[in-house]
Design a protein. Structure first.
Lengths: 805, 242
């Protein structure tokens, strides 16, 4: 979230799209309801009428996978009717930037595409720079090569008719939504966006979110109270897991993973430290060298940074090591062993049959979980012959989150400390302890037996995470914050010198250094644990103390701690004009205190006097990126159909699918395939969590949602002779699955390009292991194709057949 | 009138079923073996081990879809017809402090069918083996210890409210006023007769036929309407039977 949960109450218009917040984030509706009480319009855009729709002021149906037609249509509506917040767009976004000559867009393809590699050369999308190296600008927005004009041209194809044709949304509903959202283009109004997997799990997942970001920038809704782009995380600590880089392409703090393309630390630092010649651009990433070196020192505190960098594992240039690729390689026999840690890939991974088959190629698997699951027991699952499977499975029982101390980071970036409740049952242990002991054992073996390249393992800094025998969660949290490795003298604003002794915790990331004198396990968390005692652990703060201005927007600066630097609304610099006056004086996020020469209310982005700093400090040029030259599939979101789809063409171009989507050879796809005529989507229910591992065994939750179901319209049920509550089969090229039919008026057939398209939906929480009559994984049907930027699988839109069982 | 009451603002209920689960947790009640019957409402009805259930009702009106949610429970009637329907004077107790209508071990001696049919809202359920009749007891133990009922404690949206009756009645009136702006058909349900005051956004029958003790329904024994049950018409019957 750019904002946070409580801030939803400050909104004038809440667009819930790609999310079923009332069911899957029930607490969010505390704040949605408060906004509604104050007159906010709540909109739900979803293929199915859900509990969220029931509470919304406007419900608009759309066919799964057509979001960019819907949002592109909204961009066009805003631009054609000139509903933008112009001052904001000119001063705070890159609308005025001139794009270089190499950029072009023709019939669904951006310039720079290499048909052989299937990839774009992104340098073709660079901005035109002036002699000083600063992007050329036209603040009148009239230059045909400025971002605003290119954008206007790009989205001129996204007419109401085209959107209606592809989304199946009635035109009146579409307009109703466009009008309600666009009405927040006024300086003192804000719309917010609540999204979840319904936007991300597509081959255009990142571009779905970009499309909404464009809308929010055009309307001046970024950085303000009640605005922003808000990802509702599906697991309580998913925010924490990405912050700590539980992904292949980043290292902690969202820095890129080193590759063999940067063999030395200097090469890496050149890559991560962008240069801006604009004096008003903070270009915060210029500091990444300090953060990277401090991270290396947290890993290898006794080594020189260059040496520590040598020891870092590196990707091959261009290597994709995302989920789908890992399981594809596993299927090819490229892994001997596999740790399934707090995960249940036999249920959660797309294309479950492929995933389960891949596990048969392993020599061993360690399943760390609270219960046995479909993954640990894959060898005795449906269609498996245990006699023919060589994989040896080890089960390590781990503690439940409430049985251990530590922090979780919620969707609103709040790092919240939690204390141990009950003690772990039996021999189950916290994950940290298991990892710590495993590491000690591996080190012992390396010491005893040597082995290839032992230095990175033997020199790793384990002493700052335990006492040599036991894992210590407070020591680990202090290391993540970081501390001084040497005595360091720092010049204070009054000119005096202050010495920070070696071993002192670092106060905040601006104090981190690139000479090896500081360490920090994650720069964005620097400032979270600022002294030696547990009382210095800001994640544990639970004070409701706030100023009246903070109370007005529901900002609690002393309740937990939020990264970065306890800033609760990021990009908040964009909530004030160049003179420092808030655009929404009734709910300001920042106030310039002229007497004290400081900013009040929230922690300001960037600092300095009003008008001296561009607000989007993480962008090289300091501006909100309407034109974003960084993604793999284009600088503007463009419409493509899901890789499994019910149409053979669309009105936006001749390019049917995302040309850069992640695909695997030999895997079949259904495009207008009469055998699989229905769109299918997956979702969650309130009562189950993730793969259902914790909730299917919980009788009060299981009784409420006991079995796999398939929701469908009355029209489709009539077509297939299916009655409510009957058992049905869903099938496609990848798998087959039974479900109980829920025949409902809440699903309606869509009219797409003049044809009736039916859609069905299934939850993904069930698995064959328990209960025995519960059904199996929805992912048996989902395709292993993914987004070109993240590799996230397209599990929200694919094709199936449905028939009576 | 003193004692406690609930105010349940159904315009805010998202059917998250936190209350349904919290009830079972506090009461240590087991889960039921259920199947999906083509509805999300599950368990499908109240039972002796399911004292509150969220009812789901889909209605399409003038081309607009509505999904009405009703967290159903004992209303703790101010003058409880089930007590009037009971044969023993102390098998159904009204707590003088809170107004909670509480069943106890003696309720097992009552005729379950009579007790159930005396309820205008069709709430009490019997365990066929033990004959014990069960329903919500307002979490009277929690309330007397100064805590909120478990269902109210779990509610994320402000649907479930609990407190002194006067305060709840005034909250209900305010809630109705606010709801009317958006939902012209909004109304309070039987607020003078019950301690669980529901605010609906449309006609109560759209939620469930048992939401309101309306005059047209004749669920009661011997053809009494559910509204007549409130008039104490069961009393002479009990005297005759007694």
């Amino acid at each position: 979230m750019t904002n946070h949960w409580i801030d939803l109450k400050n909104s004038d218009c809440i667009l819930i799209m790609g999310s079923n917040a009332a069911e899957n984030h029930p607490i969010s509706f505390k704040w949605v309801t408060k906004a509604q009480e104050k007159g906010a319009v709540v909109i739900h855009v979803d293929p199915r009428f859900t509990r969220t729709s029931a509470k919304s002021d406007i419900y608009a149906p759309l066919r799964s996978g057509s979001d960019i037609a819907f949002l592109g249509g909204m961009i066009n509506y805003i631009l054609e009717n000139d509903l933008i917040f112009k001052e904001y767009v000119v001063n705070y976004t890159n609308a005025s930037f001139i794009v270089g000559d190499k950029y072009d867009f023709k019939d669904g393809m951006f310039s720079g595409f290499n048909a052989e590699t299937g990839k774009y050369d992104k340098s073709a999308w660079a901005f035109a720079l002036d002699a000083g190296g600063v992007p050329q600008r036209d603040n009148t927005l009239a230059n045909p090569r400025c971002v605003y004009q290119l954008m206007k041209k790009h989205y001129s194809r996204y007419t109401l008719k085209a959107a209606v044709d592809m989304c199946g949304t009635p035109e009146a509903k579409l307009l109703e939504v466009y009008k309600a959202v666009a009405a927040t283009g006024k300086p003192d109004k804000a719309a917010t966006s609540m999204y979840a997997m319904g936007w991300t799990q597509h081959t255009v997942g990142v571009q779905n979110i970009r499309a909404m970001s464009l809308i929010q920038l055009l309307l001046g809704n970024m950085g303000v109270a009640g605005g922003g782009i808000n990802a509702l995380r599906g697991e309580s600590n998913v925010q924490g897991s990405t912050d700590q880089a539980l992904l292949f392409h980043i290292i902690p703090g969202y820095m890129p993973t080193p590759s063999t393309g940067q063999p030395t630390l200097d090469d890496y630092l050149k890559l991560v430290k962008p240069v801006s010649k604009d004096p008003k651009s903070m270009n915060w990433k210029k500091n990444y060298g300090k953060y990277a070196v401090s991270l290396l020192k947290s890993f290898y505190k006794n080594a020189e940074p260059a040496q520590a960098y040598d020891w870092m594992p590196k990707l091959e240039v261009g290597q994709n090591a995302s989920w789908l690729v890992l399981f594809d390689k596993m299927l090819q026999g490229q892994f001997k062993g596999f740790f399934a840690w707090g995960m249940n890939p036999a249920v959660s991974g797309a294309n479950s049959n492929k995933t389960r088959e891949a596990m048969t190629k392993l020599d061993w698997m360690v399943n760390v979980n609270i219960y046995d699951n479909e993954t640990g027991s894959f060898w005795q699952g449906p269609g498996m012959n245990p006699k023919k499977i060589k994989t040896e499975v080890f089960m390590l029982p781990c503690a439940v989150s409430t049985e251990k101390e530590g922090s979780i980071s919620n969707s609103g970036r709040w790092m919240q400390w939690r204390y141990q409740g009950p003690k772990p049952l039996g021999e189950s242990r916290p994950d940290g302890e298991i990892i710590y002991e495993l590491a000690q054992k591996v080190r012992e073996l390396y010491k005893k037996e040597g082995g290839a390249f032992p230095e990175p393992v033997l020199n790793l800094n384990w002493e700052d995470m335990g006492n040599g025998h036991e894992f210590d969660v407070h020591k680990t949290a202090k290391l993540i914050n970081g501390y001084y490795l040497k005595d360091v003298s720092v010049k204070q604003p009054d000119g005096s010198m202050k010495v920070f002794k070696a071993g002192t915790q670092v106060a905040a990331f601006p104090a981190l250094m690139d000479d090896g004198s500081t360490c920090s396990g994650n720069w964005i968390y620097c400032g979270s644990y600022v002294g030696p005692d547990p009382k210095d652990n800001r994640a544990a703060k639970r004070s409701k103390e706030q100023t009246p201005a903070q109370a007005a927007i529901g900002l609690f600066p002393n309740w937990s701690w939020s990264w970065p630097v306890n800033r609760r609304i990021i990009y908040n610099r964009a909530s004030v004009d160049q003179a420092g006056n808030p655009y929404a004086p009734q709910k300001p996020v920042l106030a310039w205190n002229a007497a004290g020469k400081k900013w009040d209310i929230d922690v300001v982005d960037g600092g300095g006097n009003p008008g001296t700093v561009h607000p989007f400090i993480m962008q090289v040029h300091g501006m909100g990126a309407l034109f974003g030259p960084g993604l793999n599939d284009g600088p503007f979101p463009e419409y493509y159909e899901p890789l499994d789809c019910p149409v053979s063409s669309h009105p936006f171009s001749k390019v049917l699918h995302n040309p850069t989507a992640l695909t695997f050879k030999g895997e079949k796809r259904a495009v207008c395939d009469p055998r699989f005529p229905f769109v299918c989507t997956t979702y969650r229910v309130t009562e189950h969590w993730q793969t259902g591992l914790q909730t299917r065994w919980q009788p009060w939750l299981l009784e409420a949602e006991p079995q796999m179901f398939c929701e469908m319209s009355e029209e489709l049920a009539a077509l297939r002779g299916i009655k409510n509550g009957e058992k049905v089969w869903l099938e496609n090229e990848r798998g087959k699955l039974w479900a109980k039919a829920i025949v409902t008026k809440r699903f309606k057939p869509f009219v797409v390009q003049g044809n009736i398209v039916h859609e069905v939906g299934i939850p993904w929480h069930f698995g064959w292991r328990f209960p025995k009559d519960g059904g199996d994984a929805a992912n048996l049907l989902t395709p292993s194709v993914g987004d070109p930027n993240t590799g996230i699988p397209e599990t929200k839109a694919f094709m199936v057949n449905v028939r009576k069982a | 009138m003193s004692g406690k009451s609930f105010f349940v603002d159904l315009t805010k209920c998202t059917a998250c079923r936190g209350c349904q689960v919290a009830c079972k947790q506090w009461k240590k009640l087991p889960g039921e073996k259920t199947v999906n019957t083509g509805s999300h409402q599950n368990p499908p009805d109240l039972s002796d081990i399911t004292l509150r259930v969220v009812r789901f009702s889909e209605k399409e009106m003038e081309g607009k879809m509505h999904w009405f949610f009703l967290p159903d429970q004992c209303r703790h009637c101010v003058d409880a017809p089930c007590k009037s329907g009971a044969s023993l004077p102390d098998s159904i107790i009204v707590d003088p402090d809170t107004g909670a209508v509480v069943y106890n071990e003696k309720t097992a001696k009552e005729d379950a069918a009579t007790i159930r049919s005396s309820c205008p809202y069709d709430i009490p359920r019997v365990n066929k083996k033990t004959k014990v009749i069960s329903k919500c007891d307002m979490c009277n133990d929690r309330v007397k210890a100064g805590k909120l009922p478990a269902c109210v404690q779990s509610c994320p949206t402000g649907t479930m409210n609990f407190g002194d009756r006067d305060a709840m009645l005034s909250l209900a009136k305010k809630g109705l006023e606010a709801a009317k702006k958006k939902y012209p058909n909004a109304q309070l349900v039987d607020e003078e007769s019950v301690r669980v005051i529901f605010l609906t956004q449309d006609k109560p029958a759209l939620y469930a036929k048992t939401l309101m003790a309306d005059a047209s329904s004749t669920l009661g024994p011997r053809g009494y309407t559910r509204q007549e049950l409130f008039a104490g018409l069961m009393k002479p019957v009990r005297n005759i039977l007694g």
